[in-house]
Write a new protein. Sequence first.
Length: 220
Amino acid sequence: MKEFDPIAYKRMVKSYQDDDDPTGWFDSIYTDAEGNYRDVFWADLTPNPYLLEWLEKHASEPRGGNAIVIGCGVGDDAEAISAAGYEVTAFDISPEAIRLCKNRYPNTKVNYLIADLFDYPLQWAESYDLVYECNTIQVLPGKYRIKARDSMISLLAPEGYILVSCRSRMKGEQEDDIPLPLDKQEIDGFIRCGLSEESFLAYNDTQLPSVPHFFAVYKR
Ligand SMILES: C[S@@+](CC[C@H](N)C(=O)[O-])C[C@H]1O[C@@H](n2cnc3c(N)ncnc32)[C@H](O)[C@@H]1O
């Protein structure tokens, strides 16, 4: 495993972003883990507790439905959604991330796939009752964040939900950060695109020092 160097990491990501190749580096984070999913530095290795809370509240709904997990990483959230009764497709642009998921969960019911949010299979459009994204918009730059939001919305079936979990910041602050947290105006883009806000939580996580986050739920 390569030791994680935050300064070198940010420099590397910025160089891809400056070359307008915003997704060209993701696979390297997974290959650096040399086959051990525990060594992927951004993986929490446990499902997002706010996702679990939402799934618990929605467990009584009559149909589980189809769910899709964007940028699924090493799979903890996809497995939790599957355990809650959804038919889950989970994809990542990194082939190595998908390989790690398949090795980690050999008996999974989740359909893990290599795919690009910006060029997903046509038959996915408007097909999912639950679209889940955690920490993917924030690792993209500029126009790709808007493209990612629009692409996520295009996956939603009528009356479907989008759950967005991300780092947050105050408008005008941390503007050069990598990852770049979302501010309220940016995340409200889901509302400007015609979705209704079902719930919105701003909270500080349990890291030291703690990092502000949003967990938002929108409905078509
Ligand atoms: C910061 S990681 C978060 C991973 C996971 N969701 C988690 O919370 O641990 C962002 C993920 O999005 C994936 N990703 C980035 N751009 C993507 C795209 N255009 N299509 C699919 N996956 C993408 C990356 O490969 C990476 O696994």
